[in-house]
Design a protein around this ligand. Structure first.
Ligand code: HEM
Length: 210
């Protein structure tokens, strides 16, 4: 929300509880997805390593969320990634995609089990089919927070994620996590990209089921 109103407590009335009908630009992300052609570029002592990966993402609607007058609609997600032909988790991530219809604000939160969390923000109109969110180290509104080891050894200065909803109903992403790796002078671009195809429909949010 751009300006904070005087009344920060009163919640909106007549809220439509059907989240799937109010996700705006996030509508095309709801559901269960699989991506078989992921590519990760990650930091290794000998230099950047490219690795193919398989991805499973579950994105389910949550009940509308009010912060006083601010009303957010969103999806809770879990991403699970493996290398082809391996059962071990290669990357795991949980968080929320949120959209505020009144301001077209987008929020993407991510938590990964390296001991790292980020809140990336952007803006997208209701019918947008492409959007980007960004988090920057040091920001208190769209920041990145890392545990002590990562903060010193792989200082994460920026996270950028671009999503494109494709005409055939699939969607693609490209993300760039910029790391200052201890002992290196140039920033490292830890990138990931994939295209996701739907393998399951979303469940309506709890309030919409009653
Ligand atoms: C598709 C998504 C991603 C995959 C498959 C992935 C995978 C990897 C891999 C394989 C490494 C190399 C280190 C190792 O071998 O353990 C790595 C390092 C790292 N990743 Fe990711 N990553 C992804 C997304 C992210 C995101 C979104 C962030 C944070 C915003 C992140 C933060 C880091 C950091 C800080 C490191 C350095 C720590 C280290 O190398 O041990 N990654 N990632």
């Amino acid at each position: 929300m751009s300006e904070v109103p005087n009344d920060i407590y009163t919640e909106p009335e007549d809220v439509d509880v059907d989240t799937l009908a109010n996700l705006g630009p996030l509508t095309g992300l709801a559901g269960v997805w699989e991506g078989l052609r992921g590519i990760d570029v990650n930091p290794k002592p000998e230099g950047p390593r490219r690795q193919a990966f398989l991805e499973h993402i579950d994105l389910q609607p949550i009940d509308p969320q009010a912060n006083g007058p601010q009303l957010l609609y969103g999806l809770r997600y879990h991403t699970h990634i493996m290398k082809p032909d391996e059962v071990e988790t290669y990357h795991d991530q949980v968080g929320y995609w949120l959209w505020e219809p009144a301001t077209e604000a987008l929020i993407h939160t991510l938590t990964i089990p390296r001991g790292q969390a980020a809140l990336a923000t952007g803006k997208a109109a209701r019918t947008a089919t492409s959007f980007e969110v960004v988090a920057r180290r040091g920001s208190t509104e769209n920041g990145i927070c890392s545990g002590c080891f990562l903060e010193q050894a792989f200082t994460t200065t920026e996270f950028r994620l671009k999503v494109t909803i494709n005409r055939d109903g699939s969607w693609s992403y490209f993300e760039d996590t910029i790391l200052i790796v201890k002992g290196q002078t140039e920033p490292f671009h830890h990138t990931d990209a994939n295209t996701l195809t739907k393998i399951g429909e979303p469940e309506p949010n709890p309030l919409a089921r009653t």
